[in-house]
Design a binder for this molecule. Structure first.
Ligand code: JHZ
Length: 390
């Protein structure tokens, strides 16, 4: 049974960076539920993917050094462990993962045409949504895949049933599905409620993945906690009768999730109380800084900050602008709150007193890069795990 535990109010699409401020912007109500039967945490009423994954899609996975390195290492490890002959990636974005494989051994699936265009000249790229009919088309033309990889994508597809069925039919007998998505344990522990937005339809736990895969002739046999995006889990899944044995690592992760009570509704109700407090604390801090005439900006026009700004009602009253390195976000306005986005070269300088870490998941990379700013007295603000000045 699905039970709502969090209401983050009216939200725009996290990806809808605006070229000009328009009046009829699309908003939906963002509430999050816990399913007491399979432990799945999901957005209660998901948005139609056709509205989200358009040819205007903004996020480029290779925009941070941290992620470029992470994908390179992951590819290396997977090659060594599974020696796949045919690799398929679902949600290949700008090709940051597949570029670590030989051209001929890779199939890319990417519904956003602007992104698919970036990889199609080098790799076999299907510019389509992942579903059963696409899967059939692909495995009829090619072979079945020995490795299906998907980072930050399976959690984005509302129809998990069809997604997993299509994957099961596309895997070779001992093929492996490796998916990586933000971990529920990290979200709850670090109070990162901004991991909930329209695209993050699910925030998975090993408990939930284990339950749900069982229903589709698949089996979770291994998992690994990784630092990516503020704490993610990489899941290793195979067909139910494949050769892989359940690992101790997985058993430990599931045990730990139970210890953290990720199978209990009460855990999420408590989380929801902490989220309300985080909102109050952030507004209080920003009001205090504004009273002292401080210039505050935000660092990284993340999808996550769309949730924070709209839930906490943070607009240009508090933040002068947002800086972001992504070219196609610059010159635009943030969804819902319409804060201008500019390049760091233009906006990240000594006139800034405080920078809210929209990209808190890259805290280490950013603090390292911005030593000069800190040396000159500039400060960062974060809301993860609690609202504070760093
Ligand atoms: P980042 C996106 O979410 C959307 P977002 C998506 N739904 C998802 O699941 C995750 O990614 C994985 C900028 N930046 O990665 C670049 C700087 O300006 O946290 C990015 O625009 N300077 C697919 O948007 C943004 O910040 C820097 O030094 O929440 C980071 O976005 C660095 C490091 C980044 O994902």
């Amino acid at each position: 049974m699905k039970k709502i535990f969090l209401n983050l109010g009216k939200q725009p699409l996290a990806n809808s960076f605006l070229s000009s401020i328009k009046k009829n912007e699309f908003f939906y109500n963002l509430s999050v539920s816990f399913d007491t039967t399979n432990f799945l945490v999901s957005v209660t009423n998901p948005v139609n993917p056709k509205k989200q994954y358009t040819d205007q899609y903004a996020h480029r996975a290779s925009e941070s050094r941290t992620m470029r390195d992470a994908f390179k290492n992951t590819a290396k490890k997977l090659k060594k462990r599974f020696a796949p002959k045919l690799v398929m990636e679902i949600g290949s974005n700008d090709g940051v993962f597949i570029k670590n494989f030989q051209k001929k051994s890779v199939i890319a699936v990417e519904p956003c045409k602007n992104l698919a265009n970036l990889t199609k000249s080098k790799y076999k790229t299907y510019p389509n949504f992942w579903n059963k009919s696409l899967a059939k088309k692909i495995y009829n033309k090619n072979k079945k895949a020995d490795l299906i990889f998907s980072a930050n994508t399976i959690s984005h597809i509302p129809n998990i049933k069809e997604t997993l069925e299509a994957i099961e039919s596309s895997l070779s007998n001992n093929g492996v599905l490796v998916i990586e998505d933000p971990s529920l344990k990290s979200v709850i522990k670090t109070n990162s409620y901004d991991q909930f937005y329209d695209e993050h339809v699910y925030v998975f736990s090993a408990l939930a993945i284990s339950e749900i895969t069982k229903k589709f002739k698949l089996r979770l046999f291994d998992a690994e906690e990784v630092e990516n995006h503020g704490g993610s889990i990489r899941y290793f899944i195979c067909k139910e009768d494949a050769k892989y044995k359940k690992t101790q690592k997985l058993i430990k992760i599931i045990k730990n999730e139970k210890k953290n009570r990720l199978d209990k509704y009460k855990t999420f109700l408590d989380f929801s109380k902490r989220v309300k407090k985080s909102k109050k604390d952030l507004i209080r801090l920003l009001n205090r800084l504004k009273k002292d005439n401080k210039k505050i900006i935000s660092y990284g026009a993340t999808y996550k900050s769309t949730t924070v700004f709209n839930y906490c009602n943070i607009g240009t009253k508090y933040l002068d602008y947002v800086t972001d390195t992504t070219l196609n976000k610059q010159g635009k306005f943030t969804p819902g709150k319409h804060i201008p986005i500019i390049s760091p070269e233009k906006g990240f300088n000594s006139s800034v007193h405080y920078a809210f870490l929209g990209a808190w998941n890259f805290k280490r990379e950013i603090l390292n890069k911005e030593k000069e700013f800190i040396k000159k007295g500039g400060k960062f603000i974060t809301h993860v795990p609690v609202v504070k000045i760093l």
